[in-house]
Design a protein around this ligand. Structure first.
Ligand SMILES: [Zn+2]
Length: 136
């Protein structure tokens, strides 16, 4: 029994190493250079390239919308007037995204990180924003 488990672990480690090696050789960055697993690189850059590559490969297939349907979200920044007597307008600019950069320091849960991510911010001083009706 122990021997079987060890064989399975060894076999799966070998299979993983072969798959990883094949993936690292075949997956190219934007400059056409294969991944070097010995070099630490930016995970966000890798993920963006991976999503682009999957989209490229799926484009001519019936599954061309798979990434959009499964790994894409919509993020919307909203500008809302702070004083409804001055401005009751709001402006929204939705954008698709594949990943979010969340603050995890001192956040116990993903929900806490997401709540911090969507915190509002008052634009004032140099960041102040006036809607088109206020500038006219
Ligand atoms: Zn307004």
């Amino acid at each position: 029994m122990l021997l079987q488990v060890l064989c399975c672990l060894t076999l799966s480690a070998c299979v993983c190493a072969v798959l990883q090696e094949g993936f690292c050789k075949s997956f190219k960055d934007w400059e056409g250079i294969s991944i070097n697993p010995a070099i630490q690189d930016d995970a966000a850059v890798f993920y963006t390239r991976l999503i682009d590559k999957i989209n490229e490969e799926l484009a001519p297939t019936p599954h061309k919308l798979a990434v959009k349907q499964t790994l894409t979200g919509v993020l919307s920044q909203q500008l809302i007037g702070t004083d409804p007597r001055v401005c009751a307008h709001s402006k929204s600019s939705p954008e698709e995204f594949h990943s979010l950069q969340l603050d995890v320091k001192n956040k116990a849960t993903l929900t806490a990180s997401l709540q911090a991510f969507i915190q509002g911010e008052v634009l004032s001083g140099g960041n102040a924003y006036k809607c088109s009706s206020q500038t006219q």
